[in-house]
Design a protein around this ligand. Structure first.
Ligand code: NAD
Length: 270
């Protein structure tokens, strides 16, 4: 029996990458899925088809899904997304705050509009989704779970990606503060911190053997991660298997947060 049978899960940014993998993974474990997307209805439909197939393959004939368009950078659209999800399912049990964007610029040339847009989706949008989910969780019995998609850049600086780095740093505190504030009301808030994962956000190197080798040379486990390897961590943290965990970021990064430069001694014995 899947861990999410009869539970309703909203995944933001679920048309591609880790969000899609999460939608499929939760469907494989029996959940009803609200698939949020922003721009590409075509990609959202691909996620929906995969969710439908997962339900069928696992025999969850009663399980359902919807696609719901909303730009996580806009509060009114977030409110509509929650309303659509509740209209469809009647209740929400799990929020996966996954939508995220990044682009590069020297920090001394970073336009404030870019800063506002990136932090607006990655952090402000995540906070607004948390607020709406928690308000709903508190409105009925049974609590609820939030899992945020953070990054190793929650703790590792990312020069020339200042807005992204700040947004993920803020996500650590968002996760901890909400985890603490609602710990006594059966609401858990955690985060996953991925390393370098094979998704469209990394299109610049995943299909280029030379660039990929360069990226992977920095990863202690010697390879990029797969979206499915992230989805399993989201599913764990959202499940009752993690019933005593709140306010934590679980890094799933092939060792990237372990100060890889220190693998070989360069400061003590040479
Ligand atoms: P991705 O580009 O495939 O996924 C990002 C998703 O967010 C896309 O589906 C996109 O449409 C959606 N999105 C972007 N802006 C949106 C908006 N305004 N409203 C709604 N949806 C929006 O890449 P991914 O790697 O799957 O990224 C998912 C999350 O994982 C992001 O938060 C990212 O920061 C995080 N992450 C990824 C990696 C990695 O190496 N891939 C590492 C660390 C963290």
């Amino acid at each position: 029996m899947g861990r999410f049978v009869g539970r309703n899960v909203l995944v933001t940014g679920a048309s591609t990458g880790i969000g899609r993998a999460c939608a499929i993974r939760f469907a494989e474990e029996g959940a009803n899925i609200a698939i949020n997307y922003n721009r590409s209805e075509v990609e959202a439909k691909k996620t929906a088809a995969a969710v439908h197939k997962a339900h069928e393959l696992q025999g969850y004939t009663d399980a359902d899904y919807i696609t719901v368009r909303a730009d996580i950078g806009h509060e009114d659209q977030i409110l509509n997304m929650f309303q659509s999800t509740l209209n469809a399912f009647g209740r929400l049990d799990v929020l996966i705050n996954n939508a995220g964007i990044l682009w590069s610029s020297p920090s001394h040339e970073l336009p404030s509009e870019d800063f506002d847009r990136i932090t607006g989706v990655n952090l402000r949008g995540a906070y607004l989704c948390c607020r709406e989910a928690i308000a709903h969780f508190l409105s009925r019995e049974g609590g609820g779970v939030i899992v945020n998609n953070s990054s190793v850049h929650e703790i590792i600086p990312k020069p020339t990606y200042l807005s992204y780095s700040i947004s993920k740093g803020g996500m650590e505190n968002l996760t901890k503060s909400l985890g603490l504030e609602y710990a006594d009301r059966n609401i858990r808030v955690n985060a996953v911190g991925p390393g370098a994962i094979e998704t469209p956000i990394n299109a610049a190197w995943i299909d280029d053997a030379g660039k990929r080798a360069g990226v992977e040379s920095h990863i202690p486990m010697g390879r990029a991660g797969l979206p499915e390897e992230m989805a399993s961590v989201f599913a764990f943290l959202a499940s009752d298997d993690a019933s005593y965990i709140t306010g934590q970021t679980l890094f799933a990064c092939g060792g990237l947060t372990l100060y890889p430069e220190f693998r070989n001694d360069w400061s003590t014995g040479n």
